[in-house]
Design a protein around this ligand. Sequence first.
Ligand code: TRP
Length: 492
Amino acid sequence: MATSVNAEALNESPISNSVAQHPSQSKQTIDPYNVSGEVGEDGVVKAIDYNKLVDEFGTKTIDKELLDRFERVTGKKPHRFLRRGIVFSHRDFELILDRYERGEPFFLYTGRGPSSDSVHIGHTIPFEFTKWLQETFDCPLVIMMTDDEKYLFSEKRTIEEVTSYCHSNAADIISVGFDPNKTFIFSDFDFIGGALYRNIVRLSKHITLNQARSCFGFNESTNIGRVHFGAVQGATSWASSFPHIFGTDEKKTTAIPALIPCAIDQDPYFRLCRDVSARIKYAKPSLIHAKFLDALQGPGTKMSASIDESAIFMKDTPKQIKNKINKYAFSGGKVSAEEHREQGGNTEVDVSYQYLRFFLEDDDELERIRVAYEKGELLTGDLKAMCIKELQAYVAAFQERRAKVTDETIALFMEARPLKWAGNPRAPIVVPQVVSGDSGAAAGGEAGAGGDGKLTKNQLKKLEKEKAIAEKKAQKAKEKEAQQVAAASKDA
Ligand code: TRP
């Protein structure tokens, strides 16, 4: 198994969120418990080499061809994270596009480890993207809150603490703007049992201690809860874990794959799960990976919830945002304004520019800023001001939504209930949905529909009819075009 695990880096020191955990290391380390860039001979942390990760992990880069296909299939311009290579890598994403094209069901799965009360702009990135995917595909979404993980992987945190973080983090996640009709959020402590627990045990039975060790770097003194947790996070990618959403007919539900948007450090969990899925003939989850948002201190670092100066928090006031950017945001500019005007700045390492890449929607404006900064026409102060404005607007909009989330809203999202979604409007197949009040009883909702992607006779007939009409229309349009071309060439 390809692995970037640095055994030393994974000894059982308390898992903390410090920005660079292993100051003496030289190699970059990216796994669920450690994220840090390579440390050069000068002791300075380098930017994370994402191309190297794609090679080591054995994932695929998201290229233009895939994005073009995405746009053709969904009719939607790719999200700025996709256009700018922020969401940069995947496993079997094309299979999800195939299913969407055919109107076959799949679902989105993502999660958060509630490790603190302070959610920052780095945390909201995968959720922003997930929300956009949910709108694009009109599909169900499952969000796992791994309170158990955050308890097991910390020496200090108590169960009471992670439970309280879980509640407030759920409110933060909801504030990103998810649709309650299509979204189920659950806490591991509260929800695991029944079908999900059966799948967890199914998965854990197929993972040996050796595999877990080489995948995560565990050793003899690792507590056994940590070893088992991989099965907990993995089994959530199987639709059959959620009968209240997909029904109880495992023949159908085990064929429904998840698409998992996540930061690249989560990939090891799903590598194991994909291996086992193939062996027990369950649909393998697909993945789509995001890069990290640098800490204010610059490339190679990651925002930390426990270090106030490292991040912009969703609770920060406009003034705090302004002060943090002005005071801490690493600059790619030159020491003096004069030198800067002459030589220009480096956008690659400039934190304010990098944040604009994540948050500024307009491609043309971003490009103008890049060129002007690199030429030295734009000074660091100007660039920081733009970044401040953008982040203040982003955080303020979030805070407005957050103020409206009540305990009832959280309870609504976290209740095990049927979800409603419509799938691809251009595909004729009905997706399986559990009808309200019928939770888990009637698998696949409508008889014979969806699930395994098979059609009823009536659906087939309808499909053929629609296809014939579409073909006729296309033929007519072609003829018309040919006539016009002929007429035009006559005129010329
Ligand atoms: N382990 C993740 C964390 O610590 C939480 C998580 C669980 C997750 N399932 C996921 C993240 C699926 C992304 C996708 O934050």
